[in-house]
Design a binder for this molecule. Structure first.
Ligand SMILES: [Zn+2]
Length: 66
């Protein structure tokens, strides 16, 4: 089976990486404290900053006012 050389954009660093270097983290999408669905965050599995960034990443991150 030939799958070609697929690349994916890392959501953390924004780079296009080969499929083997990208992992997906599924997290519940929470808006205003309610689960509204799921978000799939792609990150480089060979970059520590991206792995750590993915854990903290959200597409709909609400900035808290302190
Ligand atoms: Zn990355």
């Amino acid at each position: 089976m030939v799958t070609g050389f697929d690349t994916w954009k890392c959501h953390i660093c924004g780079e296009d990486r080969p499929d083997s270097k990208i992992s997906v983290l599924s997290k519940p999408l929470i808006i205003n404290g309610q689960v509204c669905g799921e978000q799939n965050i792609r990150y480089c599995n060979d970059r520590r900053a991206c792995i750590l960034g993915a854990k903290d990443f959200s597409f709909f991150k609400a900035r808290e006012v302190e």
